[in-house]
Ligand binder design. Structure first.
Ligand code: 173
Length: 318
């Protein structure tokens, strides 16, 4: 009896019987398979499955054909799936604070040291019944892409496809926001239902949007956040070896952000070569846009999350 007591204190009691079987977690991505914002997660899955033989495997079910993007957060919360690759922008209905994650562009190495990861993990524990395993793409910004030329940063009369990422700034600049998942962007542009759209600097070629895009507005703004989240009951059922495998692989995944600087440079060149023209209104207009973009977004986060919004802002330091 005493023996067991000490083992428990030392954390040595196995979460599962000593002869624990290999565990399999079911995972989905909110982005289409093989596209920019799924690809690093898919590399993570491959790595875990290689390193985790006999310990843990991930059964990757796939992208939005399995679970619609805006329902992925809830699917993890209710353990319809055990793990997901998903942006917080797709689960702001469950966690209004998630709209603030794009406003923190610090590297994850720093966010893990200064308490940001811990705070955001608590939010995930409480509101998404999940563990915040990793955040990717901190150094990848967003843009507004347009099919109508503008002569100043003013979206009056324009219908712009958004998600929660861009909604506040599009509205603040007079645009009419239309919320759609990524899978509906091509058709909305092709049919002229939208005159433009928000999207990161990378990834527009994956779904052929270059064919229906004329302009990219400068400057880049905010920071992409695509998270790997694990249902909290699934997480708690894992033993130390299984959690260590996932945590170690998560750090590896976050490290892949180092590749993004070169990817972004190549993507800008590829867009130019595809005939996408930049709309650049100069340093002063860009600064005014950025100030406004951050301010309206923070105000919106703080309004909907009055307790936690200010703390997120303080941690982001902007
Ligand atoms: O535009 C979007 O669908 C969106 O919000 C997003 C977020 C992160 C990465 C890519 C797109």
């Amino acid at each position: 009896m005493r023996h067991i007591f000490f083992m428990a204190i030392l954390g040595l009691l196995p979460a599962q019987p000593a002869c624990a079987q290999e565990v399999t977690l079911r995972a989905v991505s909110a982005f289409a398979e093989g596209t920019e914002f799924s690809r690093n997660f898919e590399r993570f899955v491959e790595k875990v499955n290689k390193d985790g033989k006999g310990i843990l495997q991930i059964n990757y079910i796939g992208g939005p054909r399995a679970v619609p993007p805006f329902e992925v957060g809830n699917a993890v919360r209710t353990r319809v799936v055990d793990m997901a690759n998903v942006t917080g922008a797709f689960y702001t209905n469950l966690m209004p604070e998630a709209d603030g994650f794009k406003l923190n562009g610090k590297p994850m190495s720093e966010q893990r040291k200064n308490g940001t990861w811990e705070f955001i993990n608590e939010l995930h524990n409480q509101k998404l019944n999940s563990q915040y395993l990793a955040r990717q793409f901190h150094n990848v910004p967003f843009h507004i892409y347009l099919n109508k030329q503008i002569d100043k940063i003013d979206f009056s009369g324009l219908k712009i496809r958004v998600t929660p990422v861009y909604k506040d700034i599009v509205e603040a600049l007079g645009g009419a926001p239309i919320t759609t998942p990524p899978g509906e962007v091509y058709t909305a542009l092709e049919r002229g239902v939208a005159d433009g759209y928000g999207w990161p600097i990378t990834g527009i070629f994956d779904l052929g949007w270059d064919k229906v895009t004329k302009f990219r507005m400068e400057p880049p703004f905010y920071s992409v956040e695509v998270n790997v989240v694990v249902n909290l009951d699934a997480w708690k059922s894992l033993n130390n070896a299984q959690r260590n495998l996932l945590n170690g692989s998560a750090l590896w995944l976050e490290g892949l952000d180092d590749e993004k600087e070169a990817d972004i440079k190549a993507e800008r060149e590829r867009q130019a070569a595809a005939g996408i023209r930049t709309l650049d209104f100069g340093a002063a207009a860009s600064k005014a846009f950025l100030d406004r973009a951050y301010e309206v977004a923070w105000q919106s986060v703080i309004k909907r999350a009055p307790e936690n919004g200010p703390k997120l802002r303080q941690l982001a330091g902007n």
